[in-house]
Design a protein. Structure first.
Length: 408
């Protein structure tokens, strides 16, 4: 059979890292002290090697270096001029500040987030979609409680398990983190909610862990809408209570105008007025109470906004299923954070490549195929837009070839 119809002079991986700006990465690293006392293993090489490891989902430094040795003749295509050893990579993960990789991610987000933003006209999305931000956190379990303070206790041993909490904000029409902060698993989620960073007209969907009366009141004063789930133990005064029923006499939705009162440290009394919308979740067969400061919008719209909060849960699931976040290539706090930032970078790059395809792919399907073909000399867009092309060409060659004569 002739050469593949998808053949390219560059490995597929080199086409992915073209989305990165090598000059800007090295400049950023130098400004943040990442190139101090470095002879050969610069930030570009560090980034490319770690991305390679994360995309293929290697378990250890030994696997990373062994694979690089097997691909030695292809490393020049990636802008790598040295063979990485385990000790070199380990030292770099320990010494080069994770702030360098945070800066790389934030620059990539600023560059590509508009490409990932969906068009509300073509997708028939509601008008509020572009204004909606979602905030939540996910905990990544660690092997030790020494680096990050754990939360909860094991039911049998009584020991706490270490964990790092990744606090994330996404714009609903983009699907990638726009803001990220790391803390120990024991940190309360509400610290991440910053009303001063929000603008009038913004909508924030969040879990009940973020309920803080002072912050909710500041959001209201700034013209920011929030939608969250009610906590069971909240105390409030009911100002108005209306229930709507179906023709069969069953409750469809309940709307309560309420006020919350809290005594502040300066002895002033904080009063926050809001609306509780209780609806019936038919799948779970239970009542779901939502809290919002939006007094005017249709209740069904508030329910739809809260349901969109699931987008961030899908993002967390996508990252944990497709990238190595159960094992780490270093035991230091800096090494762990670097690997998480690299995972965020890998997720963003694949999301951008996926967005540019004309053929529809699930993220998991794309990530799996990229993992298999990462160092093949094939064109990314040719392969993923028409993966059957090689097989079709082979069938044509067989059918068009000379026919063997039968002896009998």
């Amino acid at each position: 059979m002739s050469k593949s119809t998808h053949f390219s002079g560059q490995p597929l991986y080199s086409q992915i890292i073209r989305l990165l700006d090598k000059t800007k990465i090295l400049k950023t690293s130098k400004e943040l002290g990442g190139e101090r006392y470095i002879k050969r293993f610069d930030c570009w090489t560090h980034t490319v090697v770690m991305l390679y490891a994360v995309i293929i989902r290697f378990d250890s430094l030994r696997e990373i270096t062994a694979s690089l040795q097997a691909e030695a003749r292809k490393l020049n295509h990636l802008g790598i001029s040295m063979m990485t050893s385990r000790s070199t990579l380990s030292d770099a993960n320990k010494r080069r500040s994770e702030a360098v990789f945070e800066s790389i991610y934030r620059d990539l987000y600023a560059t590509y987030h508009n490409q990932l933003s969906s068009d509300s006209h073509s997708h028939n999305e509601p008008k509020w979609m572009k204004r909606l931000q979602i905030i939540d956190s996910t905990t990544i379990s660690l092997f030790s409680n020494l680096l990050f303070k754990g939360v909860g206790r094991h039911p049998k041993t009584g020991k706490k398990k270490g964990g790092i909490k990744v606090h994330t904000v996404i714009h609903a029409n983009e699907g990638i983190p726009s803001d990220i902060k790391f803390t120990s698993a024991a940190t309360n989620d509400s610290f991440m909610l910053n009303p001063t960073s929000l603008n009038k007209g913004d909508i924030m969907a969040m879990d009940r862990a973020y309920i803080d009366y002072a912050k909710l009141e500041k959001m209201t004063q700034r013209g920011v809408i929030y939608v969250t789930k009610m906590k069971k133990n909240l105390k409030y005064n009911i100002l108005n209570d209306t229930m709507y029923q179906s023709p069969e006499g069953l409750m469809e939705i309940r709307i309560q105008q309420v006020s919350f009162t809290k005594q502040q440290q300066n002895d002033e009394t904080l009063i926050h007025k809001a609306r509780i919308i209780t609806y019936v979740d038919e799948k779970k067969h239970k009542l779901i109470p939502l809290l919002t400061n939006d007094i005017e919008s249709d209740p069904t719209e508030i329910v739809d906004i809260y349901r969109k909060r699931w987008e961030i849960e899908l993002l967390f699931k996508q990252m944990k299923q497709n990238f190595p976040l159960k094992y780490f290539y270093g035991e230091s706090e800096n090494a762990i954070k670097i690997q998480i930032w690299i995972t965020l970078i890998a997720n963003l790059l694949l999301m951008v490549m996926r967005k540019r395809l004309t053929r529809s792919w699930s993220f998991s399907g794309l990530a799996t195929m990229v993992r298999i073909t990462l160092m093949y000399y094939i064109d990314f867009y040719s392969l993923f837009n028409h993966p059957e092309k090689d097989w079709e060409a082979y069938l044509n060659e067989v059918n068009d070839g000379p026919q063997e004569q039968l002896l009998f």
